[in-house]
Each structure stands twice: as C-alpha cells, then as structure tokens.
Design a protein around this ligand. Sequence first.
Ligand code: AMP
Ligand code: ZN
Ligand code: FE
Ligand code: FE
Length: 276
Amino acid sequence: MKFADLHLHTNFSDGTFTPEELVLHAQKAGLACIAVTDHDSVEASTRVAAGCAAVNMEFVPGTELTAEQDDTELHVLGYFLDTSNAKLLGEIAKFQAVRQNRIHEMVSCINEMGVPLQVESVFALANCKSPGRPHVARAMVKEGLVRNLDEAFERFLKKGRPAWVPKSKISALDAIELVHQAGGLAVMAHPGLNRTDDIIPSLVDAGLDGIECFHTKHSTAMSERYLEIADKYHLLVTGGSDCHGYSKGKPLIGTVRLPYDHIGKMRERQKTNRKE
Ligand code: AMP
Ligand code: ZN
Ligand code: FE
Ligand code: FE
C-alpha cells in the first residue's frame, strides 16, 4: 500500500525542518507522496519539489490559509495550486505583512506585562516571511522567559490571553475563491479543532472541494464523523499529520497516513473543476 501525508510545515512558516530535511523524514517514514502546507506561504514548494523529484516521491504543492467565518478562525488548505499565480502571491504577501506586524504587537503586549522579550530575537529565530505564535513561544523558551511552549501559550499567546492578537481577516469563502483562481483544490483543515461544523454547508455552496478527515488531533469518532460529512456533500477526503518538525517531541510526519488512492480522486476533481 502507498500512503500520503498531506499536511506538513517547513521552516518557511512555523515548522523546524528545511525543505530538504522534510523530504528526508518523509522518505524515512516510507511515504509515497507529500504535500507542503505552510501557513500563508508557498515559498518552500520549489525546494520540496526538487527534493521529492530526486528521490522519486510525489509532491503536491499546497498552503494553509488562515480564514475566518462568523467570528471563528478556520484553516483552508489549498492543494495542487499554481504557486506562481500572481493573485495568490499578492494576497499571501499581505497576510505575511499582517503576521510580521502582529509579532511586534504581541511582543509589545508581552513587554507591557513586564517580560523583557526582544522583538529582534523572535524575528531572528523565525527567519521567514510568515512568522507566527510558535516563533514567539520558542524565542521565549530560548531566552529563558518561560519553561516551555505550553507555558508561553497558556500565559500569553492563546486566544483570550493578554498577548493574543488576531491575524488576517480573509473570509473562508474568499479563501476558497483564492485557491480556485490559482487552479487549486480548497480543503477544510482539521474541522474537529475549530467547532465550525455549522458552516460546512455554506462552504460547500462556495465550492469547497474536500475536508481533512484524518488529522493528528482527530479522534477516531471525529474522523468517522467527517467521513460521513464528506460522503453527504460529495467532498474529497484528505488527511495529514500537521507535522511541525521538532517543535514538541518527536516529528509527527507519517503518523497520519492517507491511502494513496485519494490523491487520484483529488487529481480527477481538479480536472473537473478546470472544465467548469
Ligand atoms: P498562528 O498561526 O501564529 O496563530 O499560530 C498557530 C500555530 O500555533 C499552529 O501551528 C498551532 O499548532 C500552534 N499552537 C497553538 N497552540 C499551541 C500550543 N499550546 N503549543 C504549541 N503550539 C501551539
Ligand atoms: Zn503551524
Ligand atoms: Fe491549522
Ligand atoms: Fe498546519
């Protein structure tokens, strides 16, 4: 049996693996196909594609967009998109600018609480255009300001905590449209984590192509629930580990294994979308 892991981050967002390290770990995990889905970024795709080609592994270009619907954050995965699409790159540049400003705002809030975190140490550690809360948390650990990542999130960075700052405001419907106009498939990421089931019908009406049924943080019952929903709305079934490298314990890559035949179904749907 061949397997895919369709949810992976690199150090072009908040993962710790370089594109080349990601491919090495995918090989070790025995994967036949991987997708890279950095937050608000497609920059790793060229290097991951080259690494995959060298070891005869299938590569799916992707991204993970932060969207919002009815005041709830949800993540929209884009797969098989044209990573040189001008509109996509323009919007991504805006999301990245918001992320960079947000780092300054978060660090200011942390400083106001009397914690001397320097913004330069966060940017130095992040070293990418799409920085996020994990970089702030890792910098705090590195500087000895908290014991671990959980403490940083619990005390400062979680929604509702003093240094929580919202991100971009693209609606889920616009995110789906952005992925589609770049020739990609739009998939709802880890629906079990966002309490967003009520909005699935409206996303389906907007052209949602798939739903991430298998994810590290989905229980078996959750996966079964989303498989039923996928069946009901004729959505593609996807899955991935959401590996961020060595961020917390062992890398998750390959711990969620999507049977390879789903990749064929994704390609077919992409062809149909293009004809429409
Ligand atoms: P951001 O995109 O900046 O809002 O950050 C979101 C990222 O933070 C996601 O990749 C989550 O996996 C990660 N995250 C959320 N909560 C925690 C936590 N308690 N510990 C470590 N990472 C977390
Ligand atoms: Zn992440
Ligand atoms: Fe996510
Ligand atoms: Fe992710």
